[in-house]
Design a protein around this ligand. Structure first.
Ligand SMILES: Nc1ncnc2c1ncn2[C@@H]1O[C@H](COP(=O)(O)OP(=O)(O)O)[C@@H](O)[C@H]1O
Ligand SMILES: [Mg+2]
Length: 285
């Protein structure tokens, strides 16, 4: 079996991601980063959390000298881990692997980030099993250590190691699962739907539609979100509006594009789909 070691330099963001700040999240994140306070990103899916972290990793350079930035590129490395129910602490921390007739230890992505001072982004952390949330406790509080049980060692985090976690409060309450001592070490940034003007700009940029279509889609998003709670579990995210925009840009008629990119995905119930379609028809007559 081939043992592939993680090269942390590969985790640098190569090109500046497009990100439109919605509030003061850039300033708050930077201040938290410089103070070593981990960040919790809260918000529904498709509201720009992942894009935001990528953008921050690209623009941050605290503590990295200018010469190094010239040779190694700018920004800090970002290790993103999409959490899912089968993700174990071993996947994060590392494991012993057989290499020839030797056993070698291979660091997992979290360990690598802890050692090298990267940003580690645990996306949708509530999806992960309990034992994964347990390992972040000593990392996020004042101890800043990562216990590696299998090796019986403790790793002290690199001074620039930074932990970011995200979750969608619509599904579960992470706050409940985190120990009081841990949760009080985080700064929480709320991601919500942007204003119509902001969202129109994002849609236009990301789907290359006309300004007019982008604005109509943003208006549609806002209207659909008003249906939320009555009939819909979750509103149309910016991501879905972007997808609709891309299809329109490819020549799919707007109503059809909204149907396949938005309506069918938000609900399976015919009755609710009809309600969404009425909103679509009002925006795209
Ligand atoms: N503020 C924003 N600036 C730029 N793009 C955004 C913004 N918010 C959302 N997007 C767009 O929406 C898409 C979905 O956002 P993403 O970061 O994947 O959401 P999340 O991680 O919250 O589920 C992104 O790929 C991007 O195109
Ligand atoms: Mg995401």
């Amino acid at each position: 079996m081939k043992v592939r070691e993680i090269n942390i330099e590969d985790y640098k963001i190569k090109e500046k991601p497009y990100y439109l700040p919605i509030r003061d999240e850039v300033t708050v994140f930077r201040a938290a980063y410089e103070s070593g306070i981990p960040v919790l990103l809260k918000g529904p899916t498709g509201t720009g959390k992942t894009r935001f972290v990528e953008y921050m990793a690209y623009i941050l350079s605290t503590g990295i000298d200018a010469e190094k930035q010239k040779t190694e590129g700018r920004g800090v490395s970002l290790v993103t881990i999409a959490c899912h129910e089968d993700l174990t602490s071993t996947d994060l921390v590392g494991k012993y692997l057989l290499k020839g007739d030797e056993t070698v230890w291979v660091d997992g992505p979290l360990t690598k980030a802890v050692k090298t001072g990267a940003i580690c982004y645990l996306d949708e952390i509530v999806e992960a099993r309990k034992d994964t949330t347990v390992i972040i406790h000593p990392l996020s509080d004042h101890r800043r250590i990562l216990p590696i049980d299998k090796k019986g060692t403790l790793i002290e985090a690199h001074p620039r190691f930074f932990l970011v976690i995200s979750y969608n409060p619509g599904y579960q309450s992470l706050i409940k699962d985190l120990k009081q001592s841990t949760k009080q070490r985080f700064v929480a940034l709320d991601f919500n739907y942007p204003s119509r003007e902001q969202e129109a700009r994002i849609i236009q940029h990301e789907s290359r539609t006309s300004q007019e279509i982008a604005y109509d889609l943003a208006k549609l998003g806002e209207k659909i979100r008003h249906l939320k709670g009555h009939a819909l579990g979750e509103g149309a995210s910016t991501r879905l509006l972007i997808y609709a925009g891309r299809l329109i840009q490819k020549g799919i008629p707007p109503r059809r594009a909204c149907d396949v990119a938005i309506t069918s995905l938000l609900t399976d119930e015919k009755e609710v789909q009809r309600a969404v379609n009425e909103v679509v028809a009002a925006v795209f007559p």
